[in-house]
Design a protein around this ligand. Structure first.
Ligand SMILES: [Zn+2]
Length: 371
């Protein structure tokens, strides 16, 4: 049981985020956020957070033990936003909700914020059940199919090569050797067709406009939904109250700068009114969007300073781990830690603050750029 649980966690965390992952330490200033709701929804029960907007919590089989999903009243039916992890436990809870709380009313559409298994896991299952479509952005849809169709281990092989170039030795690499097919096991079926969400467009639900707000860096083209009439945003994983969103360089794009994209996206969220009620995928509904943005920017600025300081001498991502993460890392934490360390290094390299060279062992070393 313990092994099965640990394995599910390790598999999933390749694509998700974890409350216990090493980069997710709490940020000190969160006391300024306000949590206006008195409690959490009971398991398998709906809690109305605004007119026609209902909160559902579903379990997750790893350290981050829950995900928030949203059910929006839509005339005589419902719209579901995010679907839960693709396992029997979540299916059973959905069945109970359909039976006991939706009163036989149909689900008109299934919206998925992004491709991670806790969000997309049962998207196709829900859409098939109600003979409707999954709505998501094109990059999330397409990349989900890439992950799903690299169950042969080819992507994991690329990840190992990337980590080796960034300084992980054979012993550490053997620990992070990922499980091919993990993504497919966490999402039993993918939608084959989809309805496309486009940034800036609005989806009309129950007569109200919900504007698609794209965010980058955590996943390829993450869709949050902002409803001006209700003064709230379903923020997915882009804006969480207590943990910093995972932003990692992935083997799909090893030269990428996801942290630059993420921080630009976070700043753009600041265009929304400061009193917007935020409905995140993990943790509690909160007020304090602008404070949270400040906290996230400050958090990453601190990390950049730490990394730049460490690169006074040329060092690899693996050599940075001890300074960035102050405790021992298990196998899946190590994978996350490497992805995040490389994200910070690539950011500073793209910004011209670090230079990358390749040493005689074929490893990337980063050092402060000479003036
Ligand atoms: Zn995610």
């Amino acid at each position: 049981m313990q092994n099965a649980r640990r394995r599910a966690g390790a598999d999933t965390l390749q694509f998700g985020l974890s409350m216990s992952r090493p980069g997710s330490r709490r940020i000190a200033i969160t006391a300024r956020l306000e949590y206006p709701l008195p409690g959490l929804p009971e398991p398998g029960r709906l809690l109305e957070v605004a007119d026609g907007v209902h909160w559902v919590r579903m379990p997750l089989p790893f350290a981050l033990d829950h995900i928030n999903l949203w059910l929006l009243r839509d005339g005589a039916g419902w719209v579901i936003v995010d679907s839960g992890f693709g396992n029997d436990a979540t299916k059973k809870l959905w069945e109970a909700i359909f039976r006991d709380q939706l009163h036989g009313r149909p689900v008109h559409r299934v919206i998925v914020t992004h491709l991670h298994p806790d969000h997309l896991g049962l998207g196709a299952w829900l859409a098939d059940r109600f003979k409707t479509d999954v709505w998501m952005t094109q990059a999330e849809f397409a990349t989900a199919h890439v992950f799903w169709n690299t169950a042969d281990g080819s992507l994991q092989q690329r990840q190992a090569e990337m980590f080796r170039r960034h300084g992980l030795d054979d012993s550490a690499l053997s620990k992070v050797s990922a499980h091919p097919g993990a993504y497919r096991r966490a999402i039993p079926a993918l939608p084959v067709t989809f309805r496309r969400l486009i940034g800036g467009d609005s989806v009309i639900i129950d007569g109200r406009a919900w504007r698609v707000v794209i965010g980058y860096g955590h996943s390829p083209e993450h869709a949050a939904l902002y409803c001006e009439a209700l003064g709230l945003m379903i923020s997915g994983d882009m804006m969480l109250p207590k943990i910093s969103t995972n932003v990692s360089v992935t083997p799909l794009e090893p030269e990428g700068n996801p942290l630059g994209l993420f921080l630009d996206s976070v700043k753009r969220f600041g265009d929304l009114p400061s009193d917007t009620l935020i409905l995140p995928s993990h943790g509690q509904v909160f007020h304090g969007l602008h404070q949270r943005i400040e906290d996230l920017l400050a958090h990453h600025a601190e990390r950049f300073a730490l990394v730049a300081g460490a690169c006074a001498r040329p060092c690899t991502a693996a050599e940075l781990l001890g300074q960035l993460f102050k405790r021992d890392l298990d196998a899946h934490q190590l994978s996350f830690a490497m992805g995040e360390a490389i994200a910070h290094l690539n950011y500073l390299m793209h910004a011209g603050q670090l230079q990358r060279t390749t040493d005689s062992n074929g490893r990337y070393r980063f050092a402060r750029a000479s003036a």
